[in-house]
Design a binder for this molecule. Structure first.
Ligand code: ADP
Ligand code: MG
Length: 268
């Protein structure tokens, strides 16, 4: 048999070994190897590296799809210059992702429009870049899902499913007034993840207002205690980005730098 006669068998073997890049690239690469006078080792190494690159890309793609992160809210779209120096330094440390192995939490506070959601989404994208698993959800939707799981008696299973994500981003805690039952499942989730997995959350409400979320002082204290114990707290005491953008637009339109009127109506 000529060397070419092995091709069908080789294809089958590579498929069985789940090496699709070997299968698609080995012919082209062996021609290159012959041209360049590569050793067998070099040829094999080049193929392995191509296969690894593609595996990594697939993994990142899968992590991104599973994360439900808004695609546009990346670091590239985020103006870090707006952050105070200390917040920017905290962000720089967080994007390495080491805090996940320590099950530390990230709590982001600030007024509406200050960039809390975008900041955590950008962090989520960076963490996926580091190969970490992330899930983004609004607090309201997450609570609805947990309630449904509870009523169907599979809350424990749902909590275990969430354990698969190293970072759980809960967006807008306390934005909508929720019932006691809704808050109970949220507390169950926070207690379950405590010292097990990281929670990253945003809230417009400072801790002193959290009794409005958790309804009674004991649950509120217990929730704050668990969240804060191992945590990084980022305070974005910044004006609304949307408001600033509207004001800049308006002063451009006026041509005289006087921003007024419409911008004030945009933000509450
Ligand atoms: P919050 O969650 O604090 O209410 P968002 O993160 O939703 O605020 O930000 C409001 C809007 O302003 C979004 O469209 C967001 O992309 C944008 N934004 C906020 N901060 C920045 C920033 N530093 N750089 C770029 N865009 C920003
Ligand atoms: Mg938000």
């Amino acid at each position: 048999m000529t060397d070419n006669g092995y091709k069908p068998e080789l294809k089958d073997a590579l498929r069985a070994l789940r090496l699709p890049v070997f299968a698609s690239e080995h012919s082209a690469l062996s021609a290159m190897a012959a041209n360049e006078g590569w050793t067998f080792d070099r040829f094999l190494l080049e193929l392995c590296q191509l296969e690894l690159v593609q595996r990594e890309q697939h993994r990142r793609q899968k992590l991104l799809t599973a994360s439900r992160l808004p695609r546009a809210k990346t670091l590239l779209q985020f103006d870090r210059q707006r952050l105070k120096r200390s917040a920017d330094q905290q962000f720089a440390a967080l994007r390495e992702g080491d805090f996940l192995a320590r099950s530390e939490n990230v709590l982001v506070f600030g007024p509406p429009g200050s960039g809390k959601t975008h900041l955590l989404c950008a962090l989520g994208h960076e963490l996926i870049g580091e190969g970490k698993s992330v899930l983004f959800s609004s607090c309201v939707l997450l609570v609805q899902r947990l309630l449904l799981a509870k009523s169907e008696l599979w809350l424990e299973r749902e909590l275990k499913r969430l354990d698969k994500f190293e970072a759980l981003i809960i967006d807008d805690l306390g934005y909508v007034q929720q019932s006691r039952e809704e808050m109970e499942v949220l507390f169950t989730l926070l207690a379950h993840r405590y010292e097990r997995r990281s929670v990253l959350l945003t809230s417009n409400l400072v801790f002193s207002e959290w009794e409005r979320i958790f309804k009674d002082p004991l649950t509120t204290a217990a929730a704050i205690d668990r969240l804060v114990h191992h945590s990084v707290i980022l305070e974005l005491n910044l004006p609304s980005y949307r408001m600033e953008a509207a004001q800049q637009q308006q002063s451009k339109n006026n041509g005289n730098g006087q921003a007024a009127g419409a911008a004030d109506l945009i933000e509450n």
